[in-house]
Design a binder for this molecule. Structure first.
Ligand code: ADP
Length: 657
């Protein structure tokens, strides 16, 4: 392996270690930062949920307190309504509060006062005498409605019992209708039966007769535009809506309301009908006892009952109403966005997975629970935090990357310099050793042999002189290189005559060319303008080019040295017809310690510093160096130095020398 390939291998090793360093310096912090970021993000998620949970638990407790308060107030409002003995008016006023779906009212003995049952049954049974039996016989056995009507009319006229009178009038109207006397029948129902004294008349089963008679009249008239019809509807409606009428039972009221609504669909709905129906349904179904101040599910599906303080009122609430009230209270709580508080029955599965608490001491079978909506609000809250971590992470990674790049550049420079020093030491010792040892051999030979003829002695001395010159050139190059390598190297630029500089350089090599029998052509254009240059430096550069042309001329032994002016530049051109350079080699010849790996090159002395020194000198003169070459055909190295601005007009020609 020659020196060049050794250098290349060690340079590649250096680059690999720098690359490894770079990867290490970036990768380790990056992985650590990523790990921290993932952990931080996880923690952030947990923390956000944790702090929301704490807030929600407080809100849950607030909600429960609000619910306790709400139900306490509802129960207090309802219990404050005094239950009177008749109950109907109390029922009405409780329902009108809108706080409850229905109620069952009891007296102090625990007897149900509303929904009410018929009062004292009338004593008409004893009064059903022979006259009544005769009328019924005429109506039902003889099927003679006209005769029966007369008999019933007589009873009504002769009796003093209002219940019996009302019943007789009702029967008469029935018979008149059968007898085809419709108008009389209507008059009996809407006029005769409307006497104030008959308003409280009841049947033997306790039903009020007059309202039923009115319904019958409406059915007979069956014309909503009939004036009597309208008047009867108004009167009946008023009676059904009034809860002062203690004789009207809940059952009869419900029946009449529904019938009336069917007959006159345009009527406003009766506010208490649903409550009446629910109370009736409850009494038909419920066997258990309502708990005091605690809402429990009753036997009626989704209806909750509670005994209010004083035990006189059992309030009934539909599940729907409870849900509505609870949700209203939850909505009034200040719940963080993206979270939810839900009320549900304790034995049902809550849609939120979190632990629930019972909703209220008055609603122990309900529970409150909280949860997080998968809403964008919570996510954006988390994402904001996560984004800040991400940005921090990215910045840290970028910072690590920049730091690594800076350090890598620094290290590369250090490594290259160290490598160059090593190369230099190795090359110097190798290159100096060769001429020195050959000189020593020749001197030793001359010393040991006292009979050497004059011709041989001259030959030996000439060789010694050449080796000496080579050694000097090498040392010059090393010194120049070391001088140029030091930062702050400043050339002393003064106005110079380019022809003179070219001649100095040519002079330095002429003897060598002549001795080697070279065809050395020098062509320096006359009247060249001056340049700003460091004399020694430019001569060194030109000598290097000429020396290379000599070294790499191969068998051609022909070198041209041309100096001319072109477009504001003085061009120094050294042309040889020797080994030339391939395209790849051409690109590298100016690199330090580069030597083209060819037999001819390796056979010549040199360390690959000459052209890099030339390049540095030319750069310091704001000039350029170009090479045109092709393998086996020779090379042309041209240095271009700008013409001095001040001396452009001076035209200091070679003729002056
Ligand atoms: P050295 O000549 O001491 O090796 P240089 O820096 O002067 O170092 O040249 C670098 C390399 O460029 C040489 O080793 C040689 O391979 C190539 N080179 C330089 N000048 C010529 C030329 N005129 N013809 C062919 N090859 C050349």
């Amino acid at each position: 392996m020659n020196k060049n390939s050794v250098n290349r291998v060690s340079r590649a090793t250096n680059q690999r270690s720098v690359l490894f360093f770079l990867v290490f310096v970036v990768l380790v912090p990056t992985i650590s930062v990523l790990w921290f970021m993932i952990k931080a993000v996880e923690n952030e998620r947990f923390a956000v949920r944790q702090s929301l949970s704490e807030v929600l638990e407080l809100r849950l407790a607030d909600t429960r307190r609000a619910l306790d308060e709400h139900w306490k107030q509802v129960f207090a409002t309802l219990s404050n309504i005094e239950v009177n003995t008749e109950g109907a008016a109390t029922f009405n006023s409780i329902i009108q509060t809108g706080l409850v779906d229905s109620v069952i009212l009891r007296d102090f003995e625990g007897e149900i006062v509303y929904p009410n049952s018929p009062g004292f049954l009338s004593a008409i049974a004893q009064e059903i005498n022979a006259a009544w039996m005769a009328a019924e016989r005429a109506e039902f056995v003889d099927q003679d409605p006209a005769a029966a009507a007369e008999l019933y009319a007589a009873i009504a006229n002769n009796s003093s019992n209002t219940n019996l009178i009302a019943l007789a009038l009702l029967a008469e109207s029935r018979c008149r209708l059968l007898a085809g006397q419709k108008e009389i029948a209507i008059a009996l129902l809407t006029e005769s039966l409307q006497q104030p004294r008959l308003q409280s008349a009841t049947t033997t089963s306790g039903r009020l007769i007059v309202p039923n008679a009115q319904l019958l009249a409406l059915n007979i008239i069956n014309d909503p535009h009939h004036s009597t019809f309208k008047a009867v509807v108004a009167s009946l409606q008023k009676r059904l809506e009034s809860y002062d009428d203690v004789l009207l039972t809940s059952v009869q009221r419900q029946f009449l309301v529904k019938e009336l609504q069917q007959l006159v669909p345009s009527l406003e709905p009766f506010a208490t009908l649903e409550a009446e129906e629910l109370a009736a349904q409850y009494l038909d179904t419920e066997v258990g006892i309502a708990e005091k101040s605690v809402l429990r599910l009753s036997a009626v599906p989704d209806v909750w009952h509670v005994a209010l303080p004083g035990n006189q009122i059992v309030a009934l609430f539909r599940g729907e109403r409870i849900r509505r009230e609870v949700n209203k209270i939850i909505a009034g709580q200040n719940i963080p966005q993206g979270t939810v508080i839900e009320a549900s029955l304790a034995d049902t599965e809550s849609t939120t997975p979190t632990l629930g608490i019972y909703a209220s001491q008055h609603l122990p079978d309900w529970q409150l629970s909280y949860g997080f909506l998968s809403s964008s609000v919570l996510n954006s809250l988390e994402n904001r935090q996560i984004a800040s971590y991400l940005w921090t992470g990215i910045l840290v990674i970028i910072a690590a990357l920049c730091l690594a790049l800076i350090m890598a550049r620094y290290l590369t420079r250090q490594l290259v310099q160290a490598q160059l020093k090593n190369d230099l030491v190795a090359t110097v010792s190798h290159e100096l050793k060769t001429p020195l040892s050959s000189m020593r051999i020749l001197v030793d030979t001359l010393l040991s042999d006292s009979h050497t003829d004059a011709e041989t002695t001259r030959d030996y001395l000439r060789i010694i002189s050449r080796e000496n010159e080579r050694l000097s050139l090498l040392i010059d190059n090393f010194l120049n290189y070391s001088r140029l390598s030091q930062s702050g190297q400043v050339f002393k630029l003064t106005s110079q005559n380019p022809g003179k500089l070219a001649k100095s350089a040519a002079h330095a090599v002429t003897e060598k060319f002549e001795y080697a029998d070279f065809n050395f052509e020098i062509d320096i254009q006359s009247d060249l303008p001056g340049i700003e240059a460091d004399e020694d430096a430019i001569v060194t550069a030109l000598v290097n080019l000429l020396d290379n042309a000599f070294k790499y001329s191969g068998t051609s032994q022909h070198v041209k040295f041309q100096v001319y002016q072109r477009e504001g530049f003085i061009v120094f051109s050294v042309i040889d017809y020797g080994i030339g350079l391939s395209k790849k080699e051409k690109d590298k010849v100016f690199e330090k310690f580069y030597r083209a790996d060819q037999k001819l090159t390796t056979a010549t002395s040199g360390v690959g510093l000459g052209l890099s020194i030339v390049q540095s000198i030319v750069d310091a003169h704001s000039g350029t160096i170009k090479v045109t070459s092709s393998s086996g055909e020779g090379s042309t190295f041209s240095i271009s130095i700008p013409v001095s601005v001040t001396e452009k007009t001076n035209n200091v020609g070679l003729a002056d020398d």
